[in-house]
Design a protein around this ligand. Structure first.
Ligand code: GLC
Length: 350
């Protein structure tokens, strides 16, 4: 009897073949997408949770912005549960004024000791050029110095392991517009790649690495070891209230309650960033975000937690701005953590 659930032999073997083929194809597609995924890890997989050593090495020569690096910072940061430290450095203040623009050897050593101390703790390190004001003012005159700094850093760190990440320039802006920044980045990358063919390099768009400027960032397509970064300080009148370096100084007293309107604005911004990353197959890193101490603590905690949670949900790495100055999560004198803020970043922090 011909069971209605059974098919004629020929049909059955065709079906079997087709099933095997479908299965095989399915496997191939799954493997390919796995491979594509392996080629583009998420920002979160690469850099995880981080904090900036801000106001330490990016200050003008001999200036003090309220915090000096202390030997136990790497250990404290690691034991709190962070994965990564971003180290902003004002290299331009420590180079000769003329070619070959040598970096002062004692400063090179000072930074190297800090980088090594972090790496020795098992932290990842993002090393950048920060506050290169002359380049932002006069890009044409200063491009050789910019390239010369990276040539020297490439040599200095030629033996470093994969846990060291280079970020060529913090927040390009002013006269260093996208049409100048994109080719300058590519030129610098070609130079650095000679000694660091595999190292992950972090790059942000012009306009202070604002999220809206992502659309103008043009990267060398074939280089798949680039992490894209943007900085997130929105709403700016909340995060920068009372900050002395903003003109005019923004009024204090503005809260961030985490209302539905506030949350959906935040989510919309970060989803836009994550969509860009997905579309361009680039890992994404929110290398700076934070709210200044003039805002009330509860609002800062709510905002910080929300940004952090949404970033992680979207697979983006983050670096809180910053450790122990005006946005800080630690008291620089007592080395005591500010527990509410740290917990907003690291939910398992004790
Ligand atoms: C940028 C600036 C830094 C400032 C921070 C917050 O990174 O370079 O100096 O503190 O944003 O405004």
């Amino acid at each position: 009897m011909f069971c209605r659930y059974r098919r004629p032999l020929l049909l059955r073997s065709v079906c079997k073949c087709r099933a095997v083929l479908t299965c095989f194809l399915g496997l191939a597609v799954a493997l390919a997408s796995c491979q594509a995924h392996a080629q583009t890890p998420s920002g979160l997989e690469l850099l995880g949770r981080g904090v900036n050593f801000g106001n330490m090495l990016e200050v003008p020569r001999d200036a003090n912005w309220g915090v000096t690096y202390a030997e136990d910072y790497p250990r404290l940061v690691k034991s709190a549960g962070f994965d990564t430290v971003r180290i902003p450095v004002r290299w331009s203040a420590w180079t000769d004024a003329r070619p070959p623009y040598q970096i002062a050897p004692e400063f090179m050593k000072r930074v190297r000791r800090i980088v090594d101390a972090c790496l020795d703790q098992g932290l990842k390190v993002v090393l950048n050029i920060h506050h290169f004001e002359e380049l932002f003012e006069r890009p044409a005159d200063e491009r050789q110095r910019f390239l010369a700094i990276w040539k020297q850093l490439a040599v200095e760190y030629s033996q470093a392991g994969d846990d060291l990440f280079f970020e060529f320039l913090n927040e390009p802006h002013q006269n260093l517009t996208a049409d100048l920044w994109n080719p300058l980045f590519a030129e610098c990358l070609a130079e650095v790649r000679k000694l660091h063919p595999q190292r992950w390099v972090v790059v942000g768009p012009d306009h202070w690495s604002n999220i809206q400027a992502l659309k103008d960032l043009k990267l060398p397509e074939q280089d798949r070891r680039l992490i894209v970064t943007v900085h997130y300080y929105l709403p700016f009148n909340f995060t920068h209230q009372g900050a002395s370096w903003v003109t005019p100084v923004l009024p204090t007293g503005l809260e961030w309650t985490g209302s539905q309107t506030e949350m959906s604005a935040l989510r919309k911004d970060l989803e836009m960033v994550a969509d860009w990353a997905k579309q361009h197959k680039r890992p994404m890193y929110i290398g700076e975000f934070g709210a200044y101490e003039s805002a009330d603590l509860n609002s800062r905690v709510r905002w910080t937690r929300s940004v952090r949670e949404v970033c992680e949900e979207l697979g983006m790495a983050w670096g809180y701005w910053e450790l122990a100055a005006g946005f800080g999560i630690m008291d620089p004198q007592s080395r005591q953590w500010k527990p509410e803020l740290v917990r907003a970043l690291l939910p398992n922090f004790q």
